[in-house]
Design a protein around this ligand. Structure first.
Ligand SMILES: Cc1ncc(COP(=O)(O)O)c(C=O)c1O
Length: 448
């Protein structure tokens, strides 16, 4: 029998609903909820899903006792919550940004062979030499930037660890980090762990342009770095060379670093081009460029990422990286070294597939009645829910799986204060056509 032990009044911020029946775990799923706002709805879920025993854990108090103060405000991510709700229903999950298809078979075979042949032991902390040199060749091929594969590249466990190693390697307590809002949800917690102070500068709608005066005012003597996500998740913005040059001049003026998150570098639509921070002369010795093979090769689970920076900057990354993961996985790095050397045709085909998917979902969402911010890059689309009569993205996304059988991310989680993003919902389109088509069909059925 389903049992819900949640008590709305005594809920902590993050409650975990554990579905338990001893020794038959395969029949149950784990759901994470924000019960404080959601306990009535979660009881609704339970009554729809028989066989679940739900135990609520009040983690608010536990967090207070165990988790460092800097991390407490972040709690469990909305991605976990939405995925949990999505899992409770028959859902087309357009929330978290991972493809529902695997990358090229050739890459997977290569990794499998490498595992069978071995060795399967620790490798160099900075990553396999063939991979580092393949990254250097790709930088030259696509951007004309010469990079030293031995001294300027560090392979990390995904871009996430690259960001972590970089920020933890350069931030002192009290340093200031500038984040452009909306901001991918990793930057703030890592900066907080480093005890840095975050200064948020909101991008301006409708095209998410940089508010130049506000940004200039955010820089000051304590500024250590600015994080620039280009192409941008969630808003799909692709920053122009002119905008990046403006940021570069502020970094020079204030002796600050630029940390570029460029994981979507090969997903730039229409006639736009990706400008890596390393191609801006003023930033060549001031930028840390972080990228990943996750999105370009549709292998998000492999977590093969890297950081490129001038040798003295790379030293900071390498020092912290050696104490975070020390090194990555040999077989996956070997396979990705070969993948990066794929001919231009691979990258062109990837882009044309994603352009088609983008057009498919943007046209459909607009037709259903959303106001759509057509992305210039990456694989997400922000859709305004106001024209459909909604005004709270969290409420909308929490009911979407049950009402429509679709999952999406409330965009205001990418703003420090939810003020600017409450009307926007993020759908990802890194999915097979039938998945996207079914998601669209379900949204249309519910909303029109
Ligand atoms: C902007 C951005 N940066 C970094 C990452 C994480 O990359 P990785 O999986 O290589 O750690 C993501 C993943 O969605 C992302 O959207």
């Amino acid at each position: 029998m389903p049992i819900c032990t949640s008590k709305a009044d005594s809920c902590g911020i993050h409650d975990v609903l554990l579905l338990l029946k001893p020794f038959r775990l395969d029949r149950y799923r784990t759901l994470a909820y924000n019960c404080q706002r959601f306990s009535h709805h979660c009881c609704g879920v339970l009554s729809n899903h028989r066989g679940y025993k739900v135990v609520q854990r009040n983690t608010d108090q536990a967090d207070h006792e165990v988790v460092i103060e800097a991390l407490r405000p972040f709690g469990t991510t909305i991605f976990t919550e939405i995925n949990a709700i999505a899992a409770a229903f028959d859902t087309i999950n357009l929330s978290q940004g991972f493809p529902d298809f695997d990358g090229p078979e050739e890459i997977r075979s290569k990794a499998a062979e490498a595992i069978m042949q071995g060795p399967n032991q620790y490798i160099s902390s900075i990553g396999l030499s063939p991979l580092r040199h393949a990254i250097a060749r790709k930088m030259e091929r696509f951007y004309g930037v010469a990079v030293d594969g031995d001294h300027e590249i560090t392979v990390t466990s995904g871009a996430t660890e690259g960001l972590c190693a970089t920020l933890l390697g350069i931030l002192e307590p009290g340093d200031e980090v500038i984040l452009l809002e909306p901001a991918y949800d990793t930057y703030a917690p890592i900066s907080a762990i480093a005890r840095a102070t975050i200064r948020y500068v909101p991008l301006l709608r409708p095209d998410f342009s940089i508010p130049k005066e506000e940004l200039a005012n955010a820089f000051g003597p304590a500024t250590r770095c600015i994080v620039i996500n280009n192409p941008h998740n969630p808003c799909g913005k692709v920053f122009s060379k002119e905008e990046l040059t403006f940021i570069a001049s502020l970094c020079s003026q204030h002796d600050a670093y630029a940390v570029g998150d460029e994981v979507y570098e090969h997903l730039v639509y229409d006639d736009r081009v990706h400008t890596t921070l390393l191609s801006i002369p003023e930033l060549r010795n001031r930028a840390f460029v972080i990228s990943s093979t996750a999105k370009t090769f549709s292998m998000t689970g492999w977590k093969v990422g890297y950081v490129i920076a001038a040798p003295e900057l790379s030293r900071a990354v390498r020092l912290s990286h050696q104490f975070i993961t020390f090194c990555g996985q040999a077989a996956l790095q070997e396979a990705m070294a070969a993948a990066l050397d794929f001919p231009n045709g691979y990258y062109e085909a990837l882009l044309s597939e994603y352009t088609r998917r983008r057009d498919l979902i943007c046209d459909a969402l607009a037709d259903i009645g959303f106001h759509v911010y057509v992305p210039e890059g990456a694989y997400y689309v922000l859709a305004d829910i106001k024209p459909l009569g909604f005004d709270d993205d969290f409420a909308f996304c929490r009911m979407l799986p049950e009402k429509a059988g679709v999952a999406a991310i409330p965009s205001s989680c990418f703003w420090n204060e939810r003020r600017d993003g409450r009307d926007l919902v993020r759908f990802c389109f890194c999915k097979k056509d039938p998945t996207l088509e079914e998601g669209i069909r379900r949204l249309r059925r519910w909303l029109t």
